[in-house]
Design a binder for this molecule. Sequence first.
Ligand code: A3P
Length: 299
Amino acid sequence: MTHPYPKKVREFQNHHFDSKIWNDFMFRDDDIIISTYAKSGTTWVQQIVSQLIFNGEEGLPVAEMSPWMDLRVPPKEVKLPEVEQQSHRRFLKTHLPVDALVFSPSAKYIYIGRDGRDVVWSMYNHHTNANQFWYEALNDTPGRVGPPIEPPPDDIRTYFEDWMSKDGHPFWPFWENVRSWWEIRDLPNVLLIHFERLKADMPGEIRRIADFIDTPIDESRWEAILEHCSFGYMKANATASVPLGGAFWDGGAETFVHKGVNGRWRDTLSAAESAAYEERALRELGPECADWLKTGRSG
Ligand code: A3P
């Protein structure tokens, strides 16, 4: 049975989020919404979608074209008119769980999953390299709800333990995010993508995305599209695709497009710690979704 279209049931606000922006957002039927928990390949899929819409064009300011809507900085008074003025097909980013979003039955939603351990390893790099401008924007801009975001601990294991024991701390809850998108995966306007599968077969996954957003591929531009979505190209040209050209991170945009590989936690986490993560995933998500999150199979 197909899940009914979800209804927004709550606002979600913290140091990063202001979900209220969606209440005033005017959907267009061909909007594309790219969603993840965070650090799961959002920027990569934004790049892919930009390449499909703009037929492999180079030098697109993707981060500017595809803003993170529910990031509370800049506020909706700035962001909404900007996206309203866009005349190209819009592709916007969110990190909200489904129940805090206004969901359009005609927009297309692409959700990207990544194993929680890989997410944390990526997040630690994101957080440890965040500079003063990042902290000021999140903590000092008026409108913050809840406590400020603090600098991370010195070691990644403590960071991982906190993230596990306080569900997503210091960002936001992980399991509900994945679960909420998994639950609506059968809707005709929802596509689940997985970081691991994207790495294993980027051409196949790009074609899947192209089909889903009804954008036929111009085969004469196929090689350029692939090149522009590759890790090497995206790292070398990160300024265009990373939020604010990377101004929030020491080392700039290249810090954000960091290693692009999974499993880096294997050197640090013991077998018991990993097993505890997997048990938790099973409990939180159920067997099918837990397996998808770990491997990218099914979905
Ligand atoms: P790592 O930090 O593990 O390297 P998000 O955009 O959701 O914040 O996700 C960022 C992660 O996606 C980073 O992971 C980054 O390196 C990876 N990424 C971005 N572009 C990529 C690409 N073309 N190929 C592989 N990984 C990519």
